[in-house]
Design a protein around this ligand. Structure first.
Ligand code: ADP
Ligand code: MG
Length: 451
């Protein structure tokens, strides 16, 4: 059995020092703190000291108090100077017999491995691996499979071009994965989004499943990868454009999106803590549709975390961000209280109201369905400015038009009520994600739809 010692250097290295360290595999990754220069194999043990690129793994100093099932790790920590891990020698706990060690025969997914090493047993799927990493007791949403996968992905076709780079459909063995490739200039965005995805307890069926993040250096080119589950239907925007809905399909899309948002917004306390997270760029293009007709929330690049005990937004956002068309009135007129985290959640709820409107328009009632349109399509130019938006949303206090046919359909009538309560001008009177989720659950029940 391979046993692994991880040693963390809890020290920020300057980029120059990082570049000088010839054994570093990632030219950019160590800026934030986690350094791992080498792997030593001795007597059946792998002693790894080097670079851990993400917080929240169960092999990090900050998590040492968590009792792990996996007793194959030992951690020693230091933080007094750069490369202080050179002289650390943590002792491994005594070996338990294999019957009492869960997963002891499984391959070890270790960070800092060489490119050609394979850590998967034949037939093992990504799902198996991510489930295993979740069941290790760390609760981290971050799977321990990242390095090997990132290096073995075959890029198949580009599916989209976004703000910070390109999105590709790739293949890992026979499984499809999505690869968001960030431009090298967008390292900060890649790091930010990765950091959000590796938040402890984030993993949820209605939040895009994170698989790995990696940096690939090919000569002069540096590519930053974010690898997630791939969803063939693409975004909710793509889906609505081409697909009319019946009430069941509409409620499935709405309920699952609300569940994802609810989980994102929710703070969880316990042996582990999940911060509340505001998305800040909710729109139909940032929600994906899964094969079973349910949704997952994606594009967490602008999200912010909040821990109530620390009483502050993780990195106090300097400027107001998001997609103009979906910006809440208080964002447009710059009255959003940036020191009050609930304000961000309420702004998300405004955007969510617009998404419910987009979905409801595509629901057929009495044989009629509306063509897909973006919110405010009839009131704004294609690329509206903040001033255009402010004029419509703040000064005139207009909201998307509600088709008269909705009033003669019970389900659409309730949807109308729900969306108007989400996009209320006064943020404090908007519904919370939990309230929306509960209302939609009741609506599904009355339609005999099982959740
Ligand atoms: N996992 C995925 N599966 C399928 N399509 C995806 C996936 N991730 C992103 N896309 C497509 O790529 C688009 C851009 O992705 P997104 O993460 O929103 O990047 P950006 O930050 O550039 O907006 C989405 O609107 C969607 O159409
Ligand atoms: Mg996006």
């Amino acid at each position: 059995m391979i046993r692994t010692i991880f040693i963390r250097v809890d020290r920020v290295l300057s980029p120059q020092k990082v570049m000088r360290n010839e054994q570093r595999r990632f030219s950019l990754g160590c800026r934030r703190s986690f350094c791992f220069p080498d792997n030593i194999h001795s007597g059946g043990h792998t002693i790894a000291s080097g670079c851990l690129r993400f917080e929240g793994l169960d092999i990090q100093c900050q998590d040492m108090l968590i009792i792990h099932e996996r007793r194959t790790l030992s951690i020693a920590c230091c933080r007094d100077k750069d490369f202080c891990n050179e002289n650390l020698h943590p002792a491994l706990p005594p070996l338990r017999n294999s019957a009492s060690v869960p997963h002891s025969t499984r391959p070890h997914y270790c960070i800092g491995v060489e490119q050609d090493e394979t850590y998967f047993t034949p037939g093992e799927t990504l799902k198996d691996s991510t489930q295993w990493s979740q069941s290790t007791g760390s609760g981290s949403s971050f799977p321990m499979v990242e390095i090997t996968i990132a290096r073995q992905i075959e890029m198949v076709k580009q599916t989209d071009k976004g703000r910070y780079g390109e999105v590709w459909m790739g293949k890992w063995r026979e499984e499809k994965v999505a690869v968001k490739v960030f431009f090298a200039t967008e390292e900060a965005s890649w790091l930010k989004e990765t950091e959000i995805y590796e938040t402890v307890l984030l993993r949820h069926e209605n939040i895009l499943g994170f698989i790995a993040a990696d940096i690939k250096c090919t000569g002069t080119l540096t590519e930053l990868y974010l690898i997630t589950d791939y969803h063939e239907h693409g975004s909710l925007y793509d889906y609505l454009t081409s697909t009319p809905l019946d009430p069941k399909a509409m409620l499935n899309l709405a309920y699952s999106s609300a569940s994802g948002l609810c989980h994102l917004h929710m703070e969880i306390f316990g042996t582990q803590v999940k911060p509340a997270i505001a998305h800040r760029d909710l729109k139909s293009k940032n929600i994906l549709v899964k094969k079973d007709g349910t949704c997952c929330i994606a594009d967490l690049g602008l999200a912010v975390k909040w821990f109530s005990d620390k009483n502050g937004v993780d990195a106090a956002p300097k400027k107001l961000v998001g997609t103009k068309r979906y910006m809440a009135p208080e964002v447009l007129d710059k009255r959003l209280n940036r020191n009050h985290f609930q304000s961000y959640l309420m702004a998300d709820m405004y955007s969510f109201g617009l998404i419910l409107w987009e979905v409801a328009r595509r629901c057929v009632s009495e044989g009629i369905v509306d063509k897909y349109q973006l919110p405010y399509h009839d009131l704004l130019p294609t690329n509206p400015s903040c001033k255009d938006m402010w004029e419509i949303v703040c000064r005139k206090k207009l909201r998307p038009a509600l088709p008269s046919r909705w009033r003669s359909d019970e389900c659409l009538r309730q949807m109308e009520k729900l969306m108007t309560e989400c996009w209320a001008h006064d943020p404090a009177s908007r519904l919370t994600a939990l309230q929306v989720k509960k209302t939609l659950a009741k609506m599904m029940e009355s339609q005999d739809i099982t959740i």
